[in-house]
Design a protein around this ligand. Structure first.
Ligand code: GLN
Length: 386
């Protein structure tokens, strides 16, 4: 077998979700909500299953969804888009894979900010590319233009940006985004902008799409996710938004990854994208409350919690919490002996991983969060004694 895959570890999300199931632990690891999906979308999905087509969708996506996604960004961000700017994919991870395969040739360099979603670097390497990692430093996790510039060379093809940012929960400021845009302009780069968390905004914050920055419309490949917008992560419906000439090429990569995405789920998501703007505010409010509930509970146990402005996640600083364990050791004790799965942050780095942070998902009902808080309290007692 190909050693690239033989030697690759199982994804940290799969590993921790399997461990949670094996130990009967509450799963605050992999990011998925246990509440909050809009009933009308499920109804629309059910109706589409019974009355709609149950055959292949067009490879680029059903026309009504491509139009609904284009219109959604027109409404929310004033972007002028049509269906030719949209490619529907089986989740945003597939959009990222297809984009990287369509963009990267052997020897091309791709700049990634670390910590980073764990799919980016292996996909770049599988395409024959070379990963250049730019560290973001905790607790601010700021993008520094000077650090970015040291990673860029004449071989650089693209920058992968993730905003809002998983796992830190940071929403980059317009100034930080502009510093990425300045580098993209100066070095003639494309930017793969993973914006799947664009609507999961806490405390009434607002989001700046990267493509809205001067000159970035034609340079940006934006990934979006119905899973995140509608709390339906298992549907695996995502998309890519880009210049139509870019979409034309990425669509060729997509056609031999999944070919097309579940037809009836696309129909239901199209309904949601047309009708669902009213669901966004209640979703943000309930996730903001959930973040606050988890933060307060963790602080009562003595954990140092980093702020989170977006996504489903917050990070806990283990060393600032007075614990003398690394993230993997903490995660193992937490899931095996205390009853809670968390994500060790070192899995989000290629070089020089931070090993003192774990990520917790707060997109959960109050009772799930309370179980998680009780289990984190047990973990603190088990480990503080060491
Ligand atoms: N985006 C999810 C997370 O960060 C994981 C997605 C996956 O498991 N493929 O938890």
């Amino acid at each position: 077998m190909n050693p690239f895959y033989e030697q690759m570890p199982v994804s940290v999300f799969e590993r921790m979700s399997l461990a949670a199931a094996r130990h009967g632990a509450v799963n605050l690891g992999q990011g998925f909500p246990d509440f909050g999906w809009p009933e009308p979308i499920l109804e629309a999905g059910g109706q589409a299953l019974r009355e709609g087509s149950n055959q292949y969708a067009p490879s680029r996506g059903v026309p009504e969804l491509r139009k609904a996604v284009a219109d959604h960004y027109g409404r929310h961000h004033g972007m002028e888009l049509g269906p030719d700017n949209i490619l529907i994919t089986s989740g945003a991870t597939e959009a990222i894979a297809a984009s990287i395969f369509a963009l990267v040739q052997p020897g091309d360099e791709v700049v990634i900010f670390a910590p980073a979603y764990d799919a980016y670097a292996p996909l770049v390497r599988r395409a024959g590319g070379v990963v250049r990692e730019v560290p973001l430093r905790p607790p601010e996790w700021r993008i520094e233009q000077a650090a970015l510039e040291t990673a860029v060379s004449t071989r650089t093809r693209a920058i992968v940006l993730n905003n809002p940012h998983n796992p830190t929960g940071r929403l980059f400021t317009p100034e930080e985004l502009e510093s990425v845009a300045a580098v993209a302009r100066a070095y003639d780069l494309l930017v793969l902008s993973d914006e799947v968390w664009e609507h999961v905004l806490l405390d009434d914050r607002s989001f700046t799409p990267f493509a809205s920055l001067p000159g970035m419309g034609e340079r940006t490949l934006k990934c979006g996710s119905a899973g995140k917008i509608f709390s339906l992560t298992g549907w695996k419906v995502g998309w890519l938004v880009a210049d139509s000439a870019v979409i034309d090429v990425v669509a060729r990569a997509h056609q031999f990854l999944t070919f097309a995405t579940a037809t009836n789920l696309q129909a239901a998501v199209a309904f949601g994208m047309r009708e669902g703007d009213a669901w966004l505010h209640p979703m943000r409010r309930s996730f903001t409350e959930a973040r606050d509930r988890l933060t307060a509970g963790l602080k009562r146990s003595g954990y140092a919690v980093l702020p989170s402005a977006s996504t489903y996640f917050l990070c806990v600083d283990l060393s600032a919490s007075g614990l003398d364990v690394n993230d993997e050791e903490f995660a193992a004790v937490a899931v095996e002996h205390a009853g809670v799965a968390v994500i060790p942050i070192s899995a989000f780095f290629e070089e020089e991983p931070a090993r003192h942070l774990v990520r917790l998902c707060f997109a959960k009902r109050p009772e799930t969060i309370d179980q998680g808080i009780a289990a984190m309290d047990r973990a603190m007692r088990l480990l503080a004694r060491r």
